[in-house]
Ligand binder design. Structure first.
Ligand SMILES: [Zn+2]
Length: 174
């Protein structure tokens, strides 16, 4: 058994994501007491995660959109132009309009700070939706391509934590 120390755990829909940070330590362990001890420490560490915020440009981005079946809440593939879609998990046919969707983005961000290298950042659904509300472009909700273009064309201030997850995107007015 391995002990991972100083990792962060995030709940994203039904999935738990484990991320390593600059201070992550991986050690071999067969001791249950030690495991408990590390767990409580990990929670403290998480509370201490610091946010960094920088101005810069997003130099590359991909935004994935996932749809969820309203019946069984599993992910559902939407790839036809039909207004109906059949869930491969529960076999129910549903109207495309009644699917709930969530987005997540992966991007390279180049801080304006000249000697800083580009950062690989992740951004989840809530952060993207808050951003769409803030810039008052509700069409981005359905037009992910336009959202990507907008993010590439403008300058932004991004707040992100030590596990490189963005919590806030604000447009920098030029
Ligand atoms: Zn289903």
């Amino acid at each position: 058994m391995y002990v991972l120390k100083n990792v962060t755990v995030r709940q994203f829909r039904d999935v738990k994501l484990l991320s390593t940070t600059k201070t992550t330590e991986i050690t071999l362990s067969d001791n249950q007491d030690k495991l408990q001890e590390v767990t409580s420490e990990t929670y403290e560490e998480q509370a201490l995660l610091t946010n960094t915020s920088s101005n810069g440009n997003i130099i590359s981005i991909t935004i994935a959109k996932n749809y969820t079946c309203p019946s069984c809440h599993k992910n559902i593939a939407v790839n036809s132009d039909s207004q109906f879609v059949r869930c491969s998990s529960c076999n129910m046919k549903v109207l495309k309009g009644s699917l709930t969707s969530s987005m997540h983005a992966t991007m390279s961000f180049k801080p304006t700070d000249a000697d800083a290298p580009p950062l690989k950042l992740m951004c989840f659904d809530k952060c993207l939706k808050d951003f769409i509300t803030a810039v008052q472009k509700p069409n981005f909700q359905t037009d992910v391509d336009e959202l990507e273009n907008f993010l590439l064309l403008n300058q932004f201030n991004l707040s992100y934590d030590e596990s490189f997850v963005v919590s806030k995107i604000s447009q920098v007015k030029q």
